[in-house]
Write a protein that binds this ligand. Structure first.
Ligand code: ZN
Length: 274
């Protein structure tokens, strides 16, 4: 018994003397990008302009270093003025809008009750909350190139199903907008592998406009044709929307209404199409 105990003690001492790296079977692969070391600062909501200023690029690196990192991580693009600007904007958001309406944001931290499902274009100029004055929690949003409602799309199908069955939204909006790149692409012979495929679900809108409006010969005519195409696309996508059984049934039961809207970038006006 005494001999066995002696062997255990010897093995334990040997193990303690072996560097951890020798025991590790699979050392971490070399990182092709700059490594980021752990940030010792606490990961809490910071407030106050001193914190804001202390985080400015070049004055401490708040924006170029994740708040907490366990061990070394590999991050591409960690030095980005654009992302720094977004993080700076978030600090300003927390300092102002968030703190001023803290009760609302605390409620939203654990539940949401949006009344509207918004299907819009990914265009950076057509942010639904901004152009409608909606607050966080008001809109359940999905956006894609050309505010398209594909006939068979699991992504959108899941959004619709979740919106109707679990969020119990009351309205569904399909919103188009002026100067839409997707609608311009419908008239162009793009060689990209995916955009033309995606736009197939909007092609009927172009066919209808071609039948209704002659080819444009002036910039004014082209502008009007583009506007008609953008609006016709909203109508077409609502037709697609109504092919989803969950939507059709909810509309028939009077549980939801479907709306078509159009946003004019030049005037900031949102108006009804349907
Ligand atoms: Zn668009």
């Amino acid at each position: 018994m005494h001999s066995n105990l002696h062997h255990v003690v010897v093995i334990f001492i040997i193990l303690l003397s072996v560097p951890a790296g020798v025991i590790a079977a699979d050392p971490a692969p070399a990182c092709p990008y700059a490594s980021i070391q752990p940030d010792d600062r606490p990961c809490v909501i910071m407030s106050g302009w001193n914190t804001l200023l202390s985080g400015l690029p070049g004055s401490g690196g708040l924006f170029t270093t994740p708040l907490t990192v366990s061990g070394t991580v590999c991050v591409n693009g960690s030095e980005s003025p654009l992302i720094d600007q977004l993080l700076l904007g978030n600090l300003e958001f927390r300092e102002n809008a968030f703190n001023e309406d803290l009760a609302r944001y605390q409620d939203l931290a654990t539940a949401q009750y949006p009344g509207v499902l918004w299907i819009g274009c990914s265009d950076s100029r057509a942010d639904p909350e901004r152009i409608t004055g909606a607050l966080p929690g008001d809109l359940f949003v999905t956006r894609n190139v050309g505010n398209i409602v594909p006939n068979h799309d699991w992504n959108l199908a899941a959004v619709i199903e979740y919106s109707i069955n679990y969020l119990q939204v009351k309205e569904i909006v399909v919103c188009g907008h002026s100067d839409c790149g997707a609608m311009k692409a419908l008239d162009a012979d793009l060689k990209d592998p995916y955009i033309p495929l995606w736009l197939n679900d909007a092609r009927d809108a172009k066919t209808r406009i071609d039948a209704r409006i002659p080819a444009a010969t002036t910039p004014e005519e082209q502008k009007e044709r583009a506007r008609q195409l953008e609006i016709e696309n909203v109508r077409l996508q609502i037709e697609h929307l109504m092919t989803y059984p969950s939507v059709r049934e909810a509309v028939a039961d009077g549980r939801i209404q479907v709306h078509g809207l159009y946003y004019d970038l030049a005037t900031g006006t949102l108006s009804r199409v349907i």
